[in-house]
Design a protein around this ligand. Structure first.
Ligand code: P70
Length: 461
């Protein structure tokens, strides 16, 4: 194909810049101590290259900024709501839209509506907020992802696939009546930004339909998943990203969306469903927690920026450059022999902290320690995705010990350059070379919910 003869490059040029502060080692030492060795507690002014998350950190296009000026801030029936509804229908195919302020609000609503006490919710690996909302609604999450997803070195092209035997066994053991839906995520964040294949999703659809079980789709990074399908799944090489996205959505009954990722906005999300009765209940519930059903926690201007962002997110040149930048950093680190999750995912690089710090036990919080060490080295901010993120078992109070103990270098969309990626790789290489000096951390404060956000730590002697 003509398009692929050349390397990817950003399909945009830069119109405005935001200066960043390059700190000194001494400043960073003070900052990380003050933050209790938790990168979530750093101020952004203390950060040089911010790879904490790709959530809400994207750069909007000129068309999106122009859209802000079209904000219709009517309490009810805003023009922007109808444009957003139209954009969701045209690009994703879901019939009914309930806007929310971000993804977890949509998770809250769908969990409360569909889950009853004692239910089981199978899914292709957990996500922190999703699982918590399932538990708060009385359910138990069950991981039915293929085993390969738990092995950072395994190069399966679709590590987010569901293990159909695991799913079938669960339906057999617990009964279809106790499984309100299967939670399918595109891509899977905690596995390293890995995709699910369309052929696997079709099989999941067939199996669940036989038992009358719904599929609820976490479509936070669906365009990135579609890009991998186009690249890797036989038969899809000539399909557009838009068509693949539509096909994915058509195999599910509804979706929760954190629009802060794929859809290129700084705030926003939604719940979308096809069933009219479920929609009626959801839009009744949204008025309790979010706002009226035609804004649900978003300003009119934000809905406009989202309507435009959705269209931009499924453009091939955009998604190729977005994923291309992540692959660039991944390849660089692989060439430096840094152990990372393979294949390289779509939204970030996941460093294998267990491999990098073999002298630490999981109780000594290797990923948390590695993220703090990288910050100290260069001011690059990353995020822990290991034992701290996995929290405690709500029944026993014991730590959950996930197989994956990772540090995520998450790449915001359209924000950093290839030169920034080079600095990140140099810093990680230097920290890995001196990894034996990293001594581990212990908790000194731990909140009840989603502890990774607010916990504080101290170095272990
Ligand atoms: C991240 C963010 C959010 C997210 C997600 C998937 C697959 C739902 C949501 C929730 C922010 C985050 C959230 C919890 C822990 C750490 C970071 N992911 N599903 O950085 O959406 O944030 O809009 O409520 O990735 O990965 P929202």
């Amino acid at each position: 194909m003509e398009k692929n003869r050349r390397s990817w490059a950003e399909p945009y040029k830069i119109k405005m810049v935001e200066p960043v502060h390059i700190s000194t080692h001494k400043e960073r030492q003070k900052a990380i101590k003050g933050a209790g060795y938790n990168t979530f507690l750093l101020r952004s002014s203390e950060v040089y290259i911010d790879l904490l998350t790709d959530s809400g950190t994207s750069a909007m296009s000129d068309r999106q900024w122009a859209g802000l000026m079209l904000g219709d801030e009517a309490y009810a029936g805003s023009n922007n709501f109808y444009r957003l509804e139209d954009s969701v229908r045209k690009n994703y195919g879901y019939k009914y839209l309930v806007p929310t302020h971000q993804g977890r609000a949509a998770e809250h609503i769908i969990s409360q509506l569909l889950i009853k006490e004692g239910d089981y919710i199978p899914g292709n690996m957990y996500f922190t907020t999703t699982k918590l909302h399932q538990e708060l609604a009385g359910g138990t999450f069950v991981d039915v992802i293929i085993d390969e997803a738990h092995d950072p070195a395994n190069e399966h092209p679709f590590k987010a696939n569901v293990d159909l035997n695991k799913l079938e066994d669960l339906i057999h053991d617990k009964g279809a009546e106790n499984i309100p839906y299967v939670a399918i995520s595109t891509t899977v964040n905690m596995a390293g930004g890995q995709p699910i294949s369309l052929s696997n999703l079709k099989q999941v659809r067939e199996l669940t339909q036989k038992h009358g079980i719904k599929i609820i789709h976490d479509m936070t990074r669906v365009a990135e998943n579609a890009y991998f399908i186009k690249e890797r799944e036989p038969g899809y090489e000539n399909h557009s990203i838009g068509d693949i996205v539509m096909e994915i959505c058509s195999l599910t009954d509804g979706a929760t969306m954190s629009a802060k990722k794929d859809a290129l906005v700084n705030i926003g999300g939604f719940l979308a469903v096809n069933d009219e009765e479920l929609f009626d209940r959801a839009r009744n519930m949204v008025v309790i927690y979010e706002g009226l059903h035609t804004y649900g926690g978003m300003a009119g201007r934000d809905m406009e920026a989202l309507a435009v962002g959705i269209q931009e997110s499924v453009q091939y040149d955009h998604i190729r450059a977005r994923v291309g930048q992540v692959q660039y950093l991944g390849k660089k680190l692989i060439n430096m022999n840094v152990p990372i999750v393979k294949p390289v995912g779509s939204h970030g690089i996941f460093l294998d902290a267990k491999k990098i710090l073999p002298h630490l036990t999981q109780d000594q919080l290797p990923a948390q320690s590695l993220a703090a060490a990288i910050y100290l080295d260069s001011g690059v901010r990353a995020m822990e995705r290991g034992v701290v993120s996995a929290g405690r078992n709500p029944e026993t109070g014991e730590n959950n010990y996930p197989k994956l103990e990772l540090v995520r270098l998450t790449i915001p969309r359209r924000v950093y350059t290839q030169a920034h990626m080079d600095v990140v790789a140099e810093s990680v290489e230097a920290v890995v070379a001196n990894a034996a000096d990293i001594s581990g951390l212990k908790f000194v404060y731990e909140p009840e919910y989603l502890r990774f956000f607010q916990s504080r730590f101290e170095p272990l002697g």
